[in-house]
Design a protein around this ligand. Sequence first.
Ligand code: AMP
Ligand code: GLY
Length: 425
Amino acid sequence: MRILVVGGGGREHALCWAISASPLCSKLYCAPGNAGIAQVAECVEVGAEDIPGQVALARREKIDFVVVGPEVPLAAGLADRLAEAGIKVFGPSARAAQLESSKGFTKDLCRRHDIPTGAYERFTDLAKAEVYIKAQGAPIVVKADGLAAGKGVVVADTVEQALAAARDMLSGNRFGEAGASVVVEEFLAGEEASFFALCDGQHALALVGAQDHKRVLDDDKGPNTGGMGAYSPAPVFDAAMQQRTMDEIILPTVRAMAADGMPFKGVLYAGLMITAQGPKIFEYNCRFGDPECQVLMMRLKSDIVPALLASADGNLKHLDLRWSNDVALTVVMAARGYPDAYQKGSEIRGLAEASKVEGVQIFHAGTRADGNRILANGGRVLNVSALAPTVEEARARAYRAVDLIDWPEGFCRRDIAWRAVARKP
Ligand code: AMP
Ligand code: GLY
């Protein structure tokens, strides 16, 4: 098969790495890709959000199967346009992608189907939101309804912060259309986990759980980011928790979406809070997590291509995947300044040496090649990933590789997987 992966981050590098190893893949393209992806796929300069450009590329290169990485093109209808062109695609339709592109849509679905989640109300009117926030008290969570590149959530410790967030969003200043409607949600206390399930419209196949590190600094300090590291498995998300999540959250969602005429195909990513009462969902995403995808691909032993195809074809019922029992861990190296302003163009050296460390794979998240040189080209730049029998060894391997990378303009957290390490007796 001729396969095209849409996107150009670490998630897409991990997907390309796994897909390129499949005997089913005869030719792999990635658009736009990056310098690391170029080692396993032919990169084409078409932006991930350029819907007509991606469809034209798929037609021109006679692509048999498109795998879409990020949410923005899915929410904009890339899967629909490809289907209309007769091209098979992994990823949901724009209507099904509402599970990510509208937080209110998901909350309403959970309420209708008794799916465990925090109490909430939706508002477009500031005065009404203010009354509700004051009545509920803090802590409380205020969310822009639409896509906001991971910045549309304010976990407010005080009523004043929550009121300011609601004002900010509903005034249209901060997130434009995405903030024209807000969800005000109960604060859920517990430990977070990310869980992934492949869906084919009717059935769901559990993948595995992972834990992300959203804050930029060690000890979970500093502002939120797209994710500074991840590891899998997450001890808090054991087999019993996974079964409950499938039964109480994922399967009811898949059934509800099918019943409502917008069957969900692709990967459903549940952002979960493991509370004293069990797993509760605080958000869905309609794509793999980044950097969670990197640790999932490190642990996946089966060929990924038949699984992605089964999701597109409605054949997941008969599929089974094998996973390594080892721990996979990824450390994100970012450009200094991230998640605020940062510089592009600094040179990264030592990658070849670093990738020789046992069990290590280095995925590129934001790089470009300049002749033989690799230059930083984004906020999150590298995902130094390792697989090992224990979390301690995976962590040691990943940081050994990090220390061999010569990039003074970059930084990383030093405490990835601290929860799993702290849990050990
Ligand atoms: P998001 O930007 O949607 O990934 O959300 C950012 C973070 O907000 C999540 O990773 C959670 O830590 C936190 N969060 C979202 N909803 C809730 C909630 N209802 N209770 C507590 N924390 C939440
Ligand atoms: N790692 C968080 C996300 O992909 O949204």
